[in-house]
Design a protein around this ligand. Structure first.
Ligand code: F0G
Length: 354
């Protein structure tokens, strides 16, 4: 069987590594780009080419692993003694896993009561020291920065420059898989690192001759946390999409530049729009992403209605995290009748109407 090539090896020429960098890999990257079969027709635009980048198939179930492999490798190279992050959940799961692989202690600060169960479970089981904070993500990140001024500890949030460098590889993969850059990229925005990283990757793809064009970058915040859209810090961010429940995005400026340089946009979508898209992706395409990941698709639906996207465009939607991370939301949105049926044929036939 062919050995999986670590992401860092595959894109070595584009990454800040040397022969001395120890590579900490869990088999990240190389995620599928799957073309939608039914959604365009359901949306009334059968000619639209929608592709999903399934980042939930990374080893810890989110796109964070692309940045974490590099951040952790560089931390080890720099002889770090421990790593720390604030997180809405996915960064903590990824940091915990890669830190364990690297043999480093890991501390994670989480906004208490606002992290999906699967992410918390991961951070705990991978062996991180989990500290729930009586505050939101922005406060947790401020605390992490403050602590790092006093202690020898490496921050592995996306303010660590190696994180976005690793994450930009996703755009290079999209170009390889489509054999061109898409016309549009639709992506959720929380701390605004990933949209910034993709834009770096697409620009690199063009400058290195891998693609002839650049996509329009379309990022979507949740309405209750839409700091960039509103042009002001949101002190009390709220949304069902807990992964992007962030009121003061760290990569704010770079994300705005990505949108403006690409003739794209940063807009908002409501929780209702996010949950509708979340269910639609599952029911039309058989893809289970987490609610936050559906924000990009909700944005696509919104902008199809507005006419921003032509009906025969090639569109990539980044599905940033695996739906299994958040086992509670499906039951809340679907309210299925799970009353047990007697174990006999008659009752079964009655129950399913066959
Ligand atoms: N989608 C998911 C599933 C996420 O976990 C995040 C961010 C985003 C989208 C937004 O990406 O922050 O680069 O704009 N999660 C971070 C975390 C904040 O702590 O796991 P972004």
């Amino acid at each position: 069987m062919a050995k999986p090539i670590p992401l860092i090896e595959r894109y070595r020429e584009f990454l800040p590594i040397t022969d001395a960098t120890p590579i900490i890999s869990l088999g990240e990257g190389g995620t599928p780009l799957v073309k939608a079969s039914n959604l365009p027709r359901v949306l009334g635009v059968p000619e639209l080419q929608i592709h999903f980048k399934l980042e939930g198939l990374n080893p810890t179930g989110s796109f964070k692993d692309r940045g974490m492999t590099l951040a952790m490798s560089k931390a080890l190279e720099a002889k770090a003694s421990a790593v720390i992050c604030a997180s809405t959940g996915n960064t903590s799961a990824s940091a915990a896993a890669f830190a364990t692989k690297a043999g480093l202690p890991c501390y994670v600060l989480l906004p208490a009561g606002h992290v999906a169960l699967g992410k918390l479970a991961q951070a705990i089981l991978y062996g991180a020291k989990v500290v729930p904070i009586d505050g939101n993500f922005d406060q947790a990140l401020d605390l992490v920065r403050e602590l790092a001024e006093h202690c020898q500890i490496t921050i592995v949030n996306s303010i660590n420059p190696f994180r976005l460098e690793g994450q930009k590889t996703a755009a290079l993969e999209v170009i390889e898989q489509l054999e061109k850059a898409p016309d549009f990229l639709f992506i959720p925005v929380g701390n605004a690192g990933n949209i910034s990283a993709y834009w770096r990757g697409f620009k690199l793809g063009k400058s290195s001759g891998r693609s002839d064009s650049l996509p329009r970058m379309c990022g979507f915040e949740a309405s209750g946390s839409a700091a960039i859209v509103r042009g002001k810090v949101i002190e009390k961010p709220e949304t069902i999409a807990t992964a992007i429940r962030i009121g003061n995005p760290a990569s704010w400026q770079e994300a705005e530049r990505a949108a403006s340089e690409s003739n794209g946009l940063i807009d908002e979508v409501t929780d209702e729009e996010i949950l509708a898209a979340y269910q639609l992706i599952a029911r039309t395409e058989g893809i289970f992403c987490e609610p936050s990941s559906a924000a990009g698709v909700a944005g696509l639906i919104k902008h199809l209605k507005k006419g921003t996207v032509s009906s025969d465009a090639t569109v990539v939607c980044v599905l940033t995290g695996n739906g299994l991370k958040d086992p509670d939301t499906p039951l809340k949105v679907s309210k299925p009748d799970l009353t047990p049926v007697a174990a006999n044929l008659k009752s079964l036939r009655e129950a399913i109407g066959l």
